[in-house]
Design a protein around this ligand. Structure first.
Ligand code: ZN
Length: 451
């Protein structure tokens, strides 16, 4: 196979200390910014610390001004106003990741165990999520108007949550099933307790005890679950992988890797030639819908505010049309144990730099943005000028699957848009892997693009 492959060059050639230093900051971010709400909070705090002000609070804007808009605590747009301000360069990443959300009526008891029923969010292989320590994140609004924010399972002295898989001894039938049926959607039930409330008459004493604890510790009653937004996600911090510490394993690197590189890039921007925008979107994993997703009018609204506060004659739509974007999202790296799913000449290899994708989608480029050659070359010139290591790839073999990004929702405004980011192994699993050097090369590209 190797003989067929295109000439490959490692990105691990220089700047190794910078690569490792950058990865340190990233791993701290990744540990904190695990859900879109947590990521928005972390990003907003970082922006504030670095002189960014809420856009709604500024009346007039001028070159060098740093502003941001927080969209309902789940999505965020930051901008540094450029010398030229009637258009912008935008890097757009997403901050949501696949996970397990609670159903509206989740709590039940079976066989002396209290459990919560979940509904998965995003594209997951369900069997990967059993036997994994889970933490609970999210918010509950009580009847009397209190907002309770939960994050349970990350600290050493906190409990965690878990779904079990069937023991091998009794799995003869299960093992004959297709992989997507081994664990079915309605089996994504999470263990949350086992002690019965003896004072209670009748059945469901364990459930009653859990409700008692929840009420005592958080003031929650069972009905409150129906008006909550609670996510179970893999607990724990990211870790370095390999004797050489070259890789990082952790939950949510799709797309927190690009989001961190995006954030660091906008922080580096002084007064750019053209207005620089870092966009952190939500709901990418379920199609970018909703009022925090990239299909909403949030970018158009942001452009409208810029036009107004800069006193420009141009229209917001014209501003968007003249702008340029990088859709900062991860790609699938070639997994050496699964060669049959990749086409070697066009597969991304981890450690070989930022992956540039002209198109994503599936089948006959269905749902692809498919960047114009002119813009592809513009990005190539930028990478060559800034010594960015890159590889041009597509996601996998034709007709075996596919994937999408927010690229098409950026380009529909008229912006030239291309996908670029690090390659990931084990994407959408509870523990995804990237190479530190690809993260760094992605950062170099975004920074050069925004500068
Ligand atoms: Zn994804």
């Amino acid at each position: 196979m190797i003989g067929l492959m295109r000439k490959r060059t490692s990105a691990w050639q220089k700047d190794t200390s910078k690569v490792f230093k950058f990865a340190e900051g990233y791993m701290e971010f990744l540990a904190k910014a695990k859900t879109e709400r947590a990521a928005t909070k972390t990003i907003a705090a970082t922006l504030e610390k670095n002189g960014f002000k809420e856009l709604s609070k500024s009346k007039i804007l001028k070159a060098g001004d740093k502003v941001y808009h927080n969209q309902k605590g789940k999505s965020i747009i930051a901008a540094v106003i450029g010398k030229q301000n009637d258009r912008f360069n935008l890097v757009g990443s997403h901050i949501d990741s696949p996970r397990l959300d609670l159903k509206p009526n989740p709590l039940f008891e079976d066989s002396s165990i209290a459990l919560l029923k979940t509904h998965y969010y995003g594209g997951i292989k369900k069997y990967q999520w059993v036997n994994v320590d889970l933490a609970l994140y999210g918010v509950i609004h009580t009847k009397d108007g209190k907002k309770i924010e939960l994050c349970i399972g990350e600290k050493d002295d906190e409990p965690r949550f878990l779904m079990s898989d069937l023991l091998p001894h009794l799995s003869k039938k299960q093992m004959e099933k297709k992989a997507d049926e081994i664990i079915e959607g309605e089996q994504l039930n999470i263990f949350i307790g086992n002690i019965p409330l003896e004072a209670k008459e009748g059945k469901e004493k364990v459930k009653a005890n859990i409700l008692k604890i929840l009420n005592k510790d958080y003031g929650i009653v069972e009905d409150d679950f129906s008006f909550a937004e609670l996510n179970f996600i893999p607990a724990g911090k990211p870790r370095e992988i390999g004797f050489d510490r070259s890789m990082i394993a952790g939950y949510g690197q799709d797309d927190k890797s690009c989001s961190y590189a995006n954030l660091m890039s906008i922080l580096d921007v002084k007064t750019p030639a053209v207005t620089a925008i870092a966009y952190f979107s939500d709901k990418e994993e379920i199609g970018s819908y909703g009022n925090t997703g990239a299909q909403s009018y949030i970018l158009l609204d942001f452009a409208e505010q810029l036009v107004q506060k800069l006193g420009l004659k141009t229209s917001p739509k014209e501003m968007l049309r003249q702008s340029k974007a990088i859709s900062a999202d991860v790609s699938a790296g070639l997994d050496p144990s699964f060669h049959e799913s990749h086409e070697e000449r066009n597969a991304a290899i981890i450690g070989e730099g930022v992956v540039i994708e002209k198109y994503t989608g599936s089948g006959g480029k269905y749902s692809a943005n498919d960047t114009h050659a002119e813009y592809m070359n513009e990005i190539r010139q930028l990478m060559l000028k800034n010594d960015v290591r890159f590889q041009a790839s597509e996601i996998g073999k034709i007709d075996i699957g596919g994937g999408g990004t927010i690229a098409l929702y950026l380009s529909r405004f008229g912006m030239d848009t291309v996908d670029a980011g690090p390659a990931v192994l084990g994407m959408h699993s509870p523990r995804e892997i990237i190479s530190k050097v690809d993260l760094y090369e992605s950062y170099k590209l975004y920074r050069a693009f925004l500068a």
